[in-house]
Design a protein around this ligand. Structure first.
Ligand code: SF4
Length: 294
């Protein structure tokens, strides 16, 4: 069985209209099945594929000097799709920005906000996100725990600030933004784009107060982080820390955003910088865990 947010099926890549194309700046690994297909492809693509694939340490496309995928043409369209359709894509390109998880035999699907089209889809959704499934989700502690979090976060009879306070109290933690200088912590994390430093430099303090105009996108954002990251706690038991991480991430993004449009771009960048780096997430979770255990 599978679970997905109700916006999942509406996702569409905006291709040449994308300002931050996922075929630029990321290493693109090639799975074994696709590699075999590429190695036996003949015709006009054969020579270019041979020239632009490296096998060490694992098969990947050799990016050009400005870090573009060698098959991204001047109109920012994929030459592999143009030549052979979507079947020519390696698995990572077929999937991105979708992510998948397996929780107690349930396949969970989502779209990641490192993609600007996915960030826009999620943050401009006005109704509370629903998790939909093709059959009844097992009644177990994890799914019940996550449902309770969603119920607290989506109770629009209260302000989002009150819902966040309620959530932290329910998880029996606080968010140590007055005790830990998180801006300095974030500045020391692994960096992808130096512009991120400029954003961090512009924050005076992380505010606990979310402006009313950003309540709905912030609610969607925290729910997204919970949906995507809470299940990691099934391995390391850092449930409360992941709730704190979701709230902290939202507060930082909200502190940098004047309106929803700005928030879409900041969220995209935050996701690329923080969310897609296991190393960065683990540093933040460890800091929160150390604080909680004091
Ligand atoms: S980042 Fe998203 S919208 Fe842009 S090219 Fe990639 S999948 Fe498409």
């Amino acid at each position: 069985m599978e679970v997905r947010p109700d916006y999942y099926d509406s996702f569409r890549c905006i291709a040449d209209k994308c300002r931050h194309n996922c075929c630029i700046g990321w290493e693109i690994d090639i799975d074994d099945d696709t590699l075999k297909k590429y190695q036996t492809t003949d015709g006009s693509l054969n020579e270019k594929l041979n020239k632009n694939i490296a096998l060490d340490p694992c098969a990947h496309f050799v990016l050009s000097e400005n870090e573009r995928c060698p098959f991204l043409n001047n109109q920012n369209l994929c030459e592999l799709i143009i030549a052979g359709g979507e079947d020519m894509l390696c698995q990572i390109c077929k999937d991105h920005p979708r992510f998948f998880g397996d929780i107690y035999g349930v396949t969970e699907k989502g779209v990641g906000i490192s993609c600007e089209a996915a960030a826009r889809l999620i943050l401009t959704k006005t109704s509370p996100v629903k998790l939909i499934s093709d059959s009844v989700v097992p009644n177990n502690d994890f799914f019940n725990y996550r449902n309770e979090i969603f119920t607290i976060l989506q109770n629009r009879e209260k302000s989002l600030n009150d819902r966040i306070a309620e959530l932290l109290a329910w998880a029996d933690v606080s968010l140590p933004i007055n005790d830990i200088d998180f801006i300095e912590v974030y500045k020391k994390l692994e960096r992808l784009d130096n512009d991120w430093d400029n954003y961090l430099d512009s924050i005076d303090t992380i505010s606990f107060s979310i402006p009313q105009a950003l309540e709905i996108p912030c609610e969607q954002l925290i729910c997204y982080f919970i949906y995507r990251h809470l299940s990691g706690a099934l391995e390391d038991f850092m449930f409360a820390e992941r709730i704190q991480f979701a709230v902290l991430s939202c507060l930082i993004i909200a502190s940098l955003s004047k309106n929803t449009e700005a928030m879409i771009e900041i969220s995209r960048m935050y996701s690329c910088e923080i969310e897609y780096s296991d190393e960065n997430i683990n540093i933040l979770l460890d800091i929160l865990n150390e604080y909680n255990e004091k």
